[in-house]
Design a protein around this ligand. Sequence first.
Ligand code: SAM
Length: 293
Amino acid sequence: MPGVEGGVGLTALMVAAARAIETHRPDALAADAYAEHFVRAAKASAAWPVRPAEVPDGDANPLWGRLGRYFGLRTRVLDDFLTRSVHAGARQVVLLGAGLDTRAFRLGWPAERVVYEIDRDGVLAFKHQVLDGLAAIPTATRRPIATDLREDWARSLLSTGFDPAVPTAWLAEGLLLYLPSTAERRLIDTVDHLSAEGSTLAFEVKLGVESPEIRANPVYVATRQQIGVDLLALFDGEPRPDSAGHLRELGWSTETHTPFDFTRHHGRGPLPEPNDALAGNRWIFANKPGMYR
Ligand code: SAM
């Protein structure tokens, strides 16, 4: 059963470690008290840092500094997106490739919201083992769904109580980069099909395949060397579909941002550098227009 200890599952632990470090920064943009427990509980990550003081070169470290700051910023921006969406009328939230995301436990949700978390069986089993050990209590109704997003996940979602007639806030954070382009296209079509008017979707993409100069960026090299995670090998190598454009064809409105837009907004986070591993990253915010909201 693929879990968190290898392959793409390890990226969930990497993001958890970045969130743990962010939580303890004096200028933290997001707080996740559960994150360090995941990192410590898995053999593969037990020795990784979970505090800024455990990263000797601090922000100069390409992995726990620059990329870590990126994950901290992304967490905050997408926390804000979900909070905005549920206050604007979304009744349910679907976290696609939820990994070790603890928003169902740490955000303050309005009453009667349901959070669906989709990831593979092994990842969710590990997550539950850690959260159960902490006696963590969700702040919304939480429904985990163990399934592979390359398969027919809509059926599992619908059979778990998901209601396609009410607005949904969807999130694909750090997921689409790893999916084959056909699965990404199907996922976008499925989200559209299951979305009532007033639904929202945020997702992260990378524009195109990166040049050899970008592939040699210290962020990729340090991630491989320091924790053995070869992001470039895990990313799907096919040309990427234009999912924002596809959503617009389906009648959604979209806004595309670089992470640097939010660095400037919040006053911290990564800024562009030469041959930047983050330059192709885009965060897309989409709305299915309607009267519901
Ligand atoms: N969204 C979480 C976050 O930001 O903390 C996790 C991000 S992690 C980088 C990528 C997640 O996508 C992992 O938990 C992985 O198991 C999940 N994932 C990748 N491919 C998947 C697939 N085919 N089906 C289900 N989950 C998948």
